[in-house]
Write a protein that binds this ligand. Structure first.
Ligand SMILES: [Zn+2]
Length: 214
C-alpha cells in the first residue's frame, strides 16, 4: 500500500533511561550527524516497491497531534501515545536545528491536525501493530490494540509502536538495519537512539536524497 508502514509483534525489551539518552544527545549535538543510518534505510514494508527515504514532511512546529477519541480509546493508551511522541521531543532537545515541538490532545477535531492517531484492530492495521500513511499535509497513524495472539496490548507496548510510527511521520520513511534503533523492524529497542536522532536531523537539514520524494 502506497505510503504504508507495517509493524511486527512488539518484542520484550528493557526500557532505557531517557535521561541518559538526552544527556548524550546534548553532548553530541554538533557531531556532523554521525552516527546515522540514512544510507542504510531498508524498505518500509517487506517486498515493497516504495523506496526508503528521508522526507522532511512536517513543515512547521509545534505539531498538533490528535488521538481520535474512538471505540478503543482509553486514558492509559492516550498517555502512552503522548509519551511516545514526546520522547522524540525530549530526544531532539539537543538538536536545535530541527526545533521539534508538539501538542497532543484527545479529540474528534482533526481539521487542523498534523498527525492523527487512530486506535483499532490488527486487521485495520493490515495485520501489523502499527501503520502510518500520509494524507496530504497530515499523517494518519493506526495503532493496533491487539497483539498477534489477539490479546490487548499493554500501554508500554503501545508506546513503543507509537514512538516508531511517529518517527515515520516525522520523516524517516524506512527502517534502520540496527535493532538498537527505535526505527528498526526488530522491535528490540524501546528508546530513541543517537542514530535515530541524527537520521531525523539529516532529513530536516536537507542533506538527504530527494529524488524519491513523492
Ligand atoms: Zn516502521
Amino acid at each position: 500500500m502506497n505510503g504504508g508502514w507495517r509493524r511486527r509483534v512488539p518484542a520484550s525489551a528493557a526500557l532505557c533511561s531517557l535521561t541518559m539518552l538526552m544527556a548524550s544527545t546534548v553532548a553530541q549535538a554538533d557531531d556532523g550527524f554521525k552516527p546515522n543510518y540514512a544510507d542504510r534505510l531498508t524498505t518500509p514494508v517487506e517486498g515493497s516497491h516504495i523506496a526508503p527515504r528521508l522526507w522532511p514532511s512536517r513543515p512547521r512546529f509545534p505539531l498538533r497531534v490528535v488521538v481520535l477519541n474512538s471505540f478503543y480509546f482509553n486514558n492509559p493508551y492516550f498517555s502512552a501515545i503522548k509519551e511516545g511522541c514526546n520522547a522524540w521531543v525530549g530526544a531532539m532537545k539537543g538538536a536545535k536545528d530541527v526545533g521539534l515541538g508538539l501538542t497532543c490532545e484527545d479529540s474528534d477535531d482533526v481539521c487542523t491536525a498534523d498527525v492523527v492517531f487512530l486506535l483499532g484492530t490488527r486487521e485495520q492495521c493490515g495485520g501489523f501493530s502499527g501503520f502510518t500513511k500520509e494524507y496530504g499535509p497530515c499523517a494518519l497513524i493506526r495503532l493496533s490494540v491487539f497483539d498477534s495472539n489477539h490479546r490487548l496490548v499493554s500501554p508500554k507496548a503501545l508506546k513503543r509502536v507509537a514512538m516508531h510510527e511517529f518517527g515515520h511521520a516525522l520523516g524517516i520513511w524506512g527502517h534502520s538495519p540496527n535493532p538498537k534503533d527505535i526505527m528498526s523492524l526488530d522491535e528490540d529497542a524501546f528508546d530513541i537512539s543517537l542514530a535515530d536522532i541524527n537520521t531525523l536531523r539529516l532529513a530536516y537539514a536537507g542533506k538527504c536524497r530527494t529524488t524519491d520524494q513523492p
